[in-house]
Design a binder for this molecule. Structure first.
Ligand code: ATR
Length: 274
């Protein structure tokens, strides 16, 4: 039987759960695939990509720090990849490299399906204005929240990022705002941490007032309890980590490559149990 080849490319890559997730999805459909972790040299991403293309790989996922290089390497981009300015899923079709970004869709699907929240009509706070934040804005706007406030340490960076999304906010009738952390003074239905502060175990200077009892406080990181999560938990908000987003972004990539929608709840549950 012909086995289709896939991989995830990053640096570092050892920690990646993508092979396990994609193999779990494939087994739900009785499909046989190969899916490897590939450590690319930091200055050798395009050579790594070209090699996989020549060797007949069907597609690759891209993780830190190559999402922008993957965007640049794509011959065609989906709207969500263009809006994100980054690519996490590549498909090889004949001579073409097609770039997509499933991160924002993964976040939204996790919130809707596994945390049972709606975004439509709600007040959403997005913390951060780097690549991770930019990657999720378009799918969040498409859910038509009443308000999307972007707060960042550097207000200028938040302003510059938000400018790209003004047309999308208008067409979805979303009020789009920017704010510094210090000036946040009301509670939100959903607070999403897309900063990288948790990597250094650093707290964000946000006040407890942003968290109400009904708030879902969502950290896009997984595998550790960040200071953001600790603060939200102490303020009695409901707390989510990024594990479901990871599985849901993989499910969307699986759909792009195979045209099949895997069951994600069982895969998330199996990770939570280990
Ligand atoms: P990523 O791709 O993970 O988003 P990035 O593009 O470097 O990484 O962006 C990191 C984000 O986390 C930025 O919003 C950054 O704030 P600044 O734009 O002000 O630099 C934010 N960030 C990182 N460490 C932080 C900290 N200790 N406190 C507050 N914000 C932090």
């Amino acid at each position: 039987m012909f086995t289709e080849k896939f991989a995830v490319i990053g640096h570092p890559i050892e920690h990646s759960k993508s092979p396990v997730i994609h193999q779990a999805f494939a087994s739900q459909f009785g499909k046989s695939i190969s899916y490897e972790k590939l450590l690319s040299p930091l200055d050798g991403f395009s050579e790594t990509l070209n090699r996989l293309h020549l060797e007949g790989y069907r597609g690759v996922n891209i993780t830190v720090p190559f999402k922008f290089e993957a965007y640049e390497a794509s011959h065609t981009l989906s709207d969500r990849a263009t809006a994100a300015g980054a690519v996490n899923t590549l498909s090889f079709k004949d001579q073409q490299i097609i770039g997509d970004n499933t991160d924002g869709c993964g976040l939204v699907n996790d919130i809707l399906k596994h945390w049972h929240r709606t975004i439509e009509g709600k007040q959403i706070l997005l913390l951060g204005a780097g690549g991770a934040a930019q990657g999720v804005i378009l799918p969040l706007l498409a859910q038509k929240p009443a308000l999307l406030t972007v707060a960042n340490r550097s207000l200028d960076k938040a302003r510059t990022m938000v400018e790209r999304f003004e047309a999308g906010a208008k067409s979805n009738q979303v009020k789009l705002a920017v704010q510094t952390f210090d000036n946040l003074a009301e509670n939100y239905d959903i607070v999403i941490n897309a900063t990288s502060a948790g990597l250094q175990a650093e707290a964000l200077p946000i006040k407890d007032v942003v968290f109400a009892h009904h708030t879902l406080a969502y950290d896009m990181m997984y595998g550790r309890e960040t200071p953001f999560m600790q603060q939200a938990r102490a303020a009695e908000a409901q707390v989510a980590d990024g594990l479901g987003m990871l599985v849901e972004q993989a499910a969307e990539a699986f759909y792009i490559w195979h045209g099949l929608r895997p069951d994600t709840a069982s895969v998330i549950q199996s990770f939570r149990q280990t």
